[in-house]
Design a binder for this molecule. Structure first.
Ligand SMILES: [Zn+2]
Length: 336
């Protein structure tokens, strides 16, 4: 019986929300084992598998036997095997799979637990900032070193609070897909240098990094900012727009056939200073409106369309070029 496997010498508790791969990898390292061998030990069907799979099946009972940790504790912490223990109360915790995503846990929270290696966790799409350490841990973070200190820009942590409040008020099922649309709209309208909150905050991030490397000009020349800085920089404007998109009142106005009402919606967008340029020319915003108009009038808007952000750049933004790009979209001398 697999459940009678002997426990490993070193006991290692999982982190809340940790991916199974992350946990098994840390478990292997703690016990001086190869991760692939341990995975094959836990599930013989995976023995000899080339490379490490992001997700794989492990019996909760087998993992409990090998780790010496109770099944309820493991299932509470590990979303991928949580369904094997259906009696748990896990309301509000991120489940494995979309729209949730995997991301590195806050490096400072992990350091407080004396964990020195990267821990990957499942997180809701709105889990962008560690409330304890004010680190940006959400979009764009691939490695813990990409996590951005945002305490000096309080509007960013405040946006996280507003984001959570919108979810409480309108429901996660409505806010999450609209969040992706709001990001696309703001990104489209401000992705070229201009005098917006996004670029002012990017200037701050750049200056801060340059100050850190002032004594090392050679390193400075080659330095770049992780993409996570950019996501953090326009997060407040995304939440500004999101608060309009999720509003049933503004949704009704946005999809109206009347030109005057549509203009009323655009004015609200403009009045809040949410986008650079004209909202009527903002392609992601137009796409969002068209999608909502295609929905049944009495139904919740269509959810989960990510096509508008399919072409987002995934590269790192060069540190030296934060303000060296062509002017804003819709500008008369727009370079592209
Ligand atoms: Zn933290």
């Amino acid at each position: 019986m697999r459940s009678k496997l002997p426990p490993l010498p070193r006991r290692l508790p999982p982190v809340q929300g940790e991916t199974t791969l992350s946990y098994v990898d840390r478990l292997a390292k703690a016990n001086h084992l190869d991760s692939r061998n341990l995975i094959g030990y836990l599930n013989p069907e995976l023995t000899g598998t080339r490379g490490l799979q992001r997700r794989f099946d492990i019996s909760l009972d087998v993992l409990a036997a090998v780790t010496g940790i109770p099944t309820a504790h493991l299932a509470q912490a590990l979303p991928e095997i949580r369904p094997q223990h259906p009696d748990l109360h896990t309301t509000g915790q991120a489940a494995a799979g979309r729209p949730n995503r995997t991301q590195p846990a806050c490096r400072r929270c992990m350091a407080a637990k004396n964990i020195q290696t990267t821990v990957a966790i499942w997180a809701h799409p709105d889990h962008n900032i560690c409330p304890r350490h004010h680190l940006w841990i959400g979009h764009g973070v691939i490695d813990p070193t990409d996590q951005v200190e945002v305490a000096q820009l309080p509007e960013i942590p405040r946006a996280q609070v507003r984001h959570r409040n919108l979810i409480r008020r309108h429901g996660r099922g409505r806010v999450e897909p609209f969040y992706e649309h709001a990001r696309a709209v703001i990104d489209w309208s401000t992705n070229l240098p201009c005098d917006t909150g996004r670029w002012n905050r990017m200037d701050y991030f750049v200056a801060r990094e340059q100050a850190k490397t002032a004594s090392s000009p050679l390193r400075k020349r080659r330095l770049s900012l992780a993409r996570s800085h950019d996501y953090a920089a326009y997060y407040p404007e995304v939440i500004d727009l999101l608060s309009i998109l999720v509003s049933p009142y503004w949704l009704r106005i946005a999809v109206s056939d009347g030109a005057a009402e549509r203009e009323h919606f655009y004015n609200q967008v403009m009045k809040s200073g949410l986008t650079n340029g004209t909202p009527a020319l903002n392609r992601p915003l137009q796409k969002w409106i068209a999608r909502q108009r295609d929905s049944q009038p009495d139904q919740a808007p269509a959810a989960g369309d990510l096509s508008t952000i399919a072409n987002w750049p995934g590269c790192r933004r060069p540190l030296e070029s934060a303000r060296s790009r062509p002017p804003c979209r819709d500008g008369s001398d727009d370079g592209g």
